[in-house]
Design a protein around this ligand. Sequence first.
Ligand SMILES: NC(=O)NCCC[C@H](N)C(=O)O
Length: 303
Amino acid sequence: MRLHINNETSKLQAVILGIATSNGPIPTLDEAYDPKSKEYIKAGTYPSEEDMVEEMEAVAKVFEKYDVQVFRPKIIEDYNQIFARDIAFVIEDKFIKSNILPDREKEIDAIKHVIDQIDPVNIIRLPEEAHIEGGDVMPYGDYIFVGTYKGQDYPNFITARTNIQAVNALQDLFPKKKVVSFSLKKSNSIARENALHLDCCFQPVGKDQAIIYKEGFLIEEEYNWLVNFFGKDKIYEITRDEMYHMNSNIFSISEKVVISETNFKRLNAWLRNEGYTVEEVPYAEISKQEGLLRCSTLPLIRE
Ligand SMILES: NC(=O)NCCC[C@H](N)C(=O)O
């Protein structure tokens, strides 16, 4: 398989879509590794496997409609495998295995059948101390945008997944690209104050537009850099609640077609007004685990 990814929106040809089957029992509060899951565990409304399987099958149907080749992970019994995005990522023709949160490290074993189709010279693992997850990594032409957390208290945050060592390692790996990092706000306990990954508060759409949540960024100048980079008129700002519901985590099939969540009324209206085709799917149950459509997809080939 010849991998090819240089941005978030060129026409999608092949993708790994996570899987919700055998997701395991409801985690305990101690087992949960994001604050939004904790909220729903406490409330007794953690999503059921049945509902999540149904939501993911709706996404698979959209891919079928657009002739996208879809790979699914093999099922590891009683293990959460919904968020394929984070376990690895593709930049150009390189497949980079994430140094992911230890709680999630088995997930990669389940896509061996995909990895086996890639030329081993293009499979990369960053040094062990470089923590990184795919939700924090966004190739954008000559740039790679990376979400990170640089504070001394990094080890205290189970929600901080990409460190400065990884930002540096990516720059070494792609010397011709400009790696630009963004410090994200982290909270282990309050989902509305946690940008778990860069794709939880920002994502490019179409040719030159982007969705953004200002307060997800720890440093205002870094947020301003992005706004200036795209231009104010190309930016769609979302609110604290819209961030919580994960409006920045839709997924692009092409520059013209996006998959979005049915309840994202304001966003979907804006997208349609801007000329996008919006394929709506129900994803509110999966959203309770602090991930949405970008989080559950790992693109392998875009045109
Ligand atoms: N790219 C993403 O933002 N992925 C979402 C992962 C959610 C999962 N509950 C986690 O904490 O790892």
